[in-house]
Design a protein around this ligand. Structure first.
Ligand SMILES: Nc1ncnc2c1ncn2[C@@H]1O[C@H](COP(=O)(O)OP(=O)(O)OP(=O)(O)O)[C@@H](O)[C@H]1O
Length: 248
């Protein structure tokens, strides 16, 4: 049936997974990490992903970010399926549409904070002066003064390093940001500051964010929470009155 012109159909999800499976190894050593995961995250939504250690959270976000191939099911970012793309198209999709922050931040030790943040723009071919100016402006919004922007990661606190990693994931204005345990190593105030920045970026940019967490202190930053157990998402619940800071 055709919908009447006045009915607004919902936007398609920005992150879409249906029946995703993944097994590591084979034979007697096989580990079924994902057993059929269904998940949808929409523009403007911050989805938390929680569950016990070993239930498959990192495997799932690695597949969504195109860093790991799935065995079965469907998975799309903005309507595109990583597994159907050539290596060059995958790199382009990652560079254009995705930002990720994993547990080990992978900041480059020999570069300053601002150079780390500018790196994705330089890789995408943006002129150095423009890339550095954009990176400095974003770090400024993240509370970094000029001196902190010129510091190498080893001279920054854990919370500051986490914010540099976040800025690097956002500087190219991606549609999707995926974070694996962004606050696990941080004290309450630093974790709050990081989640505040993530929340602000969702509100201003209508991004889809997927944040893996064990940390109940940050549950009020999410719109919904997907509970994962033994390789499946067993329940998705709406979170009451998510924290709504000023948009970035
Ligand atoms: N490279 C690998 N080779 C073999 N097994 C793996 C590999 N990576 C993960 N696994 C296994 O797959 C399952 C899911 O792991 P995964 O890291 O996705 O879980 P997780 O929920 O992120 O755990 P945690 O909360 O501890 O980070 C676990 O049983 C794990 O031991």
């Amino acid at each position: 049936m055709v919908a009447p012109a006045s009915v607004r159909l919902p936007d398609p999800p920005v992150i879409f997974c249906a029946g995703v499976t993944k097994t590591y190894g084979d034979g007697a050593l096989a580990v079924a990490a994902l057993r059929g995961v269904d998940l949808e995250v929409h523009a403007g939504e911050l989805m938390l992903l929680a569950g016990p250690s070993g239930c498959g959270k990192t495997t799932l976000v690695s597949i969504i970010a195109g860093l790991l191939a799935r065995d079965g099911g469907r998975c799309q970012i903005d309507g595109l399926d990583f597994d159907a793309l050539t290596a060059r198209e995958k790199t382009r999709l990652r560079g254009r549409s995705l930002g990720f922050v994993f547990q080990s931040l992978h900041l480059l030790a020999s570069l300053t904070a601002v150079e780390n943040v500018a790196a994705p723009l330089l890789i995408a071919g943006v002129r150095q002066s423009t890339a550095l100016a954009q990176a400095a402006a974003l770090l400024g919004e993240f509370g970094f003064d000029r001196r902190m922007q010129q510091a190498r990661p080893a001279r920054l606190s854990g919370g500051q390093q986490q914010r540099v990693a976040l800025a690097r994931a956002m500087v190219h204005d991606p549609r999707v940001i995926v974070c694996d345990e962004p606050t696990s190593a941080l004290d309450g105030a630093s974790g709050h500051a990081v989640m505040d920045l993530l929340r602000r970026s969702v509100l201003s940019r209508r991004r889809a964010l997927l944040v893996v967490t064990h940390d109940p202190r940050i549950f009020n930053f999410g719109d919904r929470i997907a509970h994962m157990e033994d390789g499946r998402i067993t329940r998705v619940e709406n979170l009451p009155s998510p924290h709504s800071p000023r948009p970035l």
